[in-house]
Design a binder for this molecule. Sequence first.
Ligand SMILES: Cc1cc2nc3c(=O)[nH]c(=O)nc-3n(C[C@H](O)[C@H](O)[C@H](O)COP(=O)(O)OP(=O)(O)OC[C@H]3O[C@@H](n4cnc5c(N)ncnc54)[C@H](O)[C@@H]3O)c2cc1C
Length: 399
Amino acid sequence: MVNHSDHNFDYTVVGGGLFGAAAARHLSYQGHNVLVFAPEEPQERVSHEGVFASHYDEARITRMLDADEIWSDLAQTSIKRYQQIEFDSGIKFHHNAQYLFLAHNEDDSLNLNINVAKAHNIDFDLLDSFSLNTRMPFLQIGIDEKGLLEPSPAGYVNPRALLRAQLKCALDKGIQLENQIVNELVETSNGVEIITSEGHRYFTSKVLLTTGVHTNYLLDSPLDLYIQGRMVVFVKLSDSLVKSLSEMPSISHHPANRVNTYLLPPVKYPDGSTYVKIGVHNSERILKSDDEIREWFRNGTDKHEKEIAYQSIVELIPTLEGQPIHTETCAYTMTATGHPYVGMLSSHIGVAVGGNGMGAKSSDEIGRLGTAVLQGEIIDKCFTPIQEKFVSGRSKFHL
Ligand SMILES: Cc1cc2nc3c(=O)[nH]c(=O)nc-3n(C[C@H](O)[C@H](O)[C@H](O)COP(=O)(O)OP(=O)(O)OC[C@H]3O[C@@H](n4cnc5c(N)ncnc54)[C@H](O)[C@@H]3O)c2cc1C
């Protein structure tokens, strides 16, 4: 066993996902001595024994329009920093594509989005179905639907590239990056001893946990979190479809008689093909244990959801009918409040978790808030972490 106890750090970030990488960048820019545990994305999921993350993809919607003011604020603050992060890292992750919130006339969230947008000076056009069909002839929009079109910088971010960009900035400022899983945190009177699955030990004054779906397995008193298993359907595009959908925005769709969905415009993937992606807000699929989470990432599938997603996308974009499709699974962390939990759990351990399925675009500000609480700053009460009330003998993390 290697003993790293003589390695003392001011701050340690456990979890190099989007929140953790953002926190690492902010801490490194302040000149601190920072250690980051960031296990790499598995090469092959099926045989992966380690931890998983919510960002294994090439596109996440970015937008300021939101029915919730807090989320809208987090997005606005983060989006303002995209250019600087791209400049500092030399890595492009942000794509201007616009964002369309499309809903049937009676959907309450139309007005909620409009109210937040007006209160926060967010640019948008309110368009009826005729204007939408004229501007976006590739979409088949119902007569009873309206859209809020948010101009660029709305569009999408590439979460893998955003992660690389944040870590590159932090590495340039001298952080230490470890591709290791943390198994245990032992809090002492002046800091925290960190023990990894490889048996290495480190010592740090303060720790920020940004461990996403695996967070509760590191805590003695778990947080009131639940993990939602999600599936996405990718539709492969021919060259002519790539061309005809080139003006497609990122979309959230709340139709009258179907489930709510979200869609990403054509995005080129590492396999060289271009896909349009759809996700369905269909069933609640709560993953109740760490084993269930890992199994969902490795082998999860749901034929029924795949069919619903396919029908939904073909109804909205009829030219996609008959194109090859495949699915992927993912999971994300939901909080009891619907907002991220950012706060101190004890004198030396803080958390920034709970993207609630929409944290990628706002990850820079959520990570920064994590660093602020570590340094004793008081932040908005809406982020206060809530402890789980009934602890059901959850077994602690062990790899
Ligand atoms: C299908 C899907 C669609 C989504 N769509 C959008 C969207 O359109 N727009 C949007 O803004 N957001 C979207 N999101 C949400 C967004 O991806 C998440 O909110 C975001 O990735 C959360 O970041 P995180 O850092 O909290 O967690 P993660 O990205 O999951 O990072 C957690 C990290 O902690 C590490 N870790 C865990 N345990 C340990 C340990 N013990 N030791 C060391 N490291 C550990 C993991 O390796 C991981 O890298 C979507 C998510 C999913 C799944």
